[in-house]
Design a protein around this ligand. Structure first.
Ligand code: MN3
Length: 205
C-alpha cells in the first residue's frame, strides 16, 4: 500500500497564500483519489512494495498499456503532490540558505533569477502540469516543466526532483481564478527552503 502524505500543518495553515478550501480539496479529494487509483494499478502491475520512484523510473517495463498509463498518471499524481505538499510550510518563505543557496546561485545566478526562470517555466506550461527543480546525477540543479502528472522521473531524465510547483487549475482556481502568475508569485511565500535543502542533501548522498 502506498500511503498518502499526511500534511504536517492544518488546511488553513497556509492562509492567506493558499486558502483552506483549496488545500482541503486538493489533499482530501484530488490527492486522495490519485493515491487510491495508484494503489489499484500498482496491484495490477505487481509493484506494491517498491519505492514510488522506482515504479515511475521503470514504466517502460510494464507491458499492459492501460496499466502503464494508469501508473504514469496516478503514480505521478501521488508522487508529485507528496513533494509539493511537503515543501510548503506556514513558516516558509524567504530565501534559501546554506548549501542550497550556494548551489542555486551557482546554477541560476541568484534567487531572483531562479524565480524568474521557474516562473517562466510554470506560466509557460500549456494546460495542466508542473514546474520542477531537480538534481542531476552529477549533483547539479536544473529546472524543467512537464504536462499532466509527468515528472523528471517518469520522463526518464535520471534527475531527482526536490522542488515541485503544481500549476493545475485545481491548485489555485478557487482563489486566483485564471491568474496563474499571481498564484506563482504568492506560492514563494510558503516555500520551505529548509526542507528543499534537506531534499537536496538526500539527493546527492
Ligand atoms: Mn494538484
Amino acid at each position: 500500500m502506498f500511503e498518502q502524505y499526511k500534511l504536517p500543518y492544518a488546511y488553513d495553515a497556509l492562509e492567506p497564500t493558499i486558502d483552506a478550501l483549496t488545500m482541503e480539496t486538493h489533499h482530501s479529494k484530488h490527492h486522495a483519489t490519485y493515491t487510491a487509483t495508484f494503489n489499484t494499478f500498482a496491484e495490477k502491475a505487481g509493484v506494491v512494495g517498491q519505492p514510488v520512484e522506482e515504479v515511475l523510473a521503470n514504466l517502460d517495463k510494464i507491458q499492459d498499456e492501460a496499466v502503464r498509463k494508469g501508473l504514469r498518471n496516478n503514480g505521478g499524481g501521488y508522487y508529485n503532490h507528496n513533494l509539493y505538499f511537503s515543501i510548503m510550510s506556514p513558516d516558509g518563505g524567504g530565501e534559501p540558505t546554506g548549501l542550497l543557496k550556494e548551489k542555486m546561485d551557482a546554477a541560476f545566478g541568484n534567487f531572483d533569477s531562479f524565480k524568474e526562470q521557474i516562473t517562466a517555466l510554470a506560466t509557460g506550461q500549456f494546460g495542466s502540469g508542473w514546474a520542477w527543480m531537480s538534481v542531476t546525477p552529477a549533483g547539479e540543479l536544473v529546472l524543467s516543466n512537464s504536462g499532466n502528472q509527468d515528472n523528471p522521473i517518469s520522463l526518464g531524465t535520471g534527475n531527482k526532483p526536490i522542488f515541485a510547483l503544481d500549476v493545475w487549475e485545481h491548485a489555485y482556481y478557487l482563489k486566483f481564478k485564471n491568474l496563474r502568475g499571481e498564484y506563482i508569485k504568492e506560492f514563494f511565500k510558503v516555500v520551505d527552503w529548509k526542507k528543499v535543502e534537506e531534499l537536496y542533501k538526500a539527493a546527492v548522498n
